[in-house]
Design a protein around this ligand. Structure first.
Ligand code: BGC
Length: 444
């Protein structure tokens, strides 16, 4: 029995879950654009996704692990390239496997939250121009409809698109994701606008087929703070970065609009307005921003993590910035006035040695509890991730799992944070002892 007076208790039914994605976990996703990107030599570590976490053969063993931790929810993605390997051709075997996986989750008391697009899509869709092609919205909607027809009896909780801002920024601005364009501001905005229309059309299509469905998308929010809060130029460039990276999609969905001058490229977004039943937030880090007139391509702001702040393991490319779980509370406060249920659909850290993860989990729980106490309707938390998985262009170099994975042998090893997360989930509470132990300044 948990002593309620010594705990920060969460509302009954709070979802404690883990978040995952198809390409990163299933293995042999040979028919999507990321497989192609890997063959072309774009994984910075030279790693191969290969069997990933071998979920196509045996996701169930990891579902057992999630159940054993006492979790009650799991976010997974469908691989469009398996379901529709050629335009208009549907693969019954792939659909049957997803039915089996969803059933396996339900049998274990894990409520599925299903993402339709988590950065990957069929190669034929990529080759036709992906979301910049004129028929993209129709193609995505047709796929969403098919999925709901095939799987709707097993799932009513849908996330149309994962992190449209990350997908577009890395694909068209930074160039680390396919199609690998750099500095193409026009395509970055146009692709996000197309994704917003695709999301809205899928939202409506899903509701036509399944009126009680809960449909949203997952928004990645990075915190941008001025390097010197008393300097108006630092404040201005931090605000510009925040608006450009974080706010395009929320503004499209919440208001049916874009800010000036983005509006000139994005066009009319009024059809997108109001197409959300819940708000899904993916929160990881924070950048400080200093005004630098020499960096027009970075909107005149130099982003950095100051020395001494907690940081996850360093990848080959850019630093992932400061790990900042307290940002969860700040992001919730931006959206809670909308009055919709809020889920933290990703939060975590690349941390092979588990030096920061326990603090991240405890601090995230503290931040959510405080937000609930302020009146926010926070319903769940999905830690990224259950098992180490393939971290996109960083390959196997960054380890986000509650369980470590040896991709060669497929052996798993629980990290200590798995035990902490299990204790929180089972108690549906953060005990004051955990708070005292973990929510102190972490070792950077
Ligand atoms: C993505 C995941 C990724 C995680 C950790 C998120 O941006 O949705 O696919 O693995 O962050 O970097």
């Amino acid at each position: 029995m948990v002593d309620q007076s010594a705990t920060l208790a969460f509302p009954a039914g709070f979802r404690w879950g883990v978040a995952t994605s198809s390409h990163q976990c299933e293995g042999d996703t040979t028919n999507n654009q990321w497989w192609d990107w890997e063959q072309a030599g774009h994984i910075k570590t030279g790693d191969h996704v290969g069997k990933a976490c071998d979920w196509w053969a045996n996701a169930e063993a990891d579902f057992d692990r999630a159940q054993a931790l006492g979790l009650n929810a799991l976010r997974l993605a469908l691989e469009w390239s398996r379901i529709e390997p050629q335009p208009g051709a549907w693969d019954a075997t792939a659909i049957a496997r997803y039915r089996q996986m969803l059933r396996a989750l339900r049998e274990r008391g894990l409520e599925p939250l299903v993402t339709l697009h988590h950065f990957t899509h069929p190669l034929w869709f990529e080759q036709s121009g992906a979301f910049l092609a004129s028929d993209a919205v129709g193609l995505f909607t047709r796929y969403a409809e098919r999925v709901v027809q095939e799987l709707g009896d097993l799932c009513d909780f849908w996330c149309t698109i994962n992190e449209p801002n990350v997908y577009c920024t890395f694909g068209y601005q930074i160039g680390d994701f396919p199609p690998g364009r750099r500095g193409d501001v026009r395509a970055t905005v146009r692709a996000q606008a197309a994704l917003a229309h695709a999301h809205a059309a899928a939202y409506r299509a899903i509701h036509r087929l399944q009126p009680a469905a809960r449909v949203g998308w997952a928004q990645h929010y990075n915190i941008f703070d001025p390097a010197n809060p008393t300097n108006p130029l630092d404040r201005l460039v931090a605000h510009i970065q925040d608006d450009a990276f974080n706010e395009f999609f929320p503004r499209a969905v919440f208001a049916g609009d874009a800010s000036f001058p983005t509006r000139l490229l994005a066009g009319d977004l009024s059809d997108v307005r109001g197409t959300f039943d819940y708000i899904a937030l993916n929160c990881y880090g924070r950048d400080l921003v200093r005004c630098d007139p020499r960096l027009p391509l970075e909107l005149f702001g130099r982003r950095f993590a100051p020395p001494g702040v907690p940081q996850g393991d360093i990848g080959v490319g850019e630093l992932y910035g400061e790990i900042y779980p307290a940002g969860i509370g700040r992001v919730i406060d931006r959206v809670r006035h909308l009055g919709k249920p809020i889920y933290i659909t990703e939060n975590g850290v690349a941390d092979r040695e588990d030096r920061l993860r326990p603090w991240v989990i405890a601090e995230a729980a503290r931040a959510m509890h405080a937000a609930i106490a302020r009146g926010a309707d926070v319903r769940g938390y999905y830690h990224w991730s259950l098992v180490d998985n393939f971290e996109w262009a960083e390959g196997w170099g960054m380890r986000f799992g509650l369980f470590g994975l040896d991709p060669t042998t497929q052996a798993r090893t629980a990290r200590p944070s798995a035990g902490l997360y299990a204790a929180i989930a089972r108690a549906n509470a953060l005990t004051l002892a955990m708070l005292a132990h973990y929510v102190t300044a972490p070792v950077p």
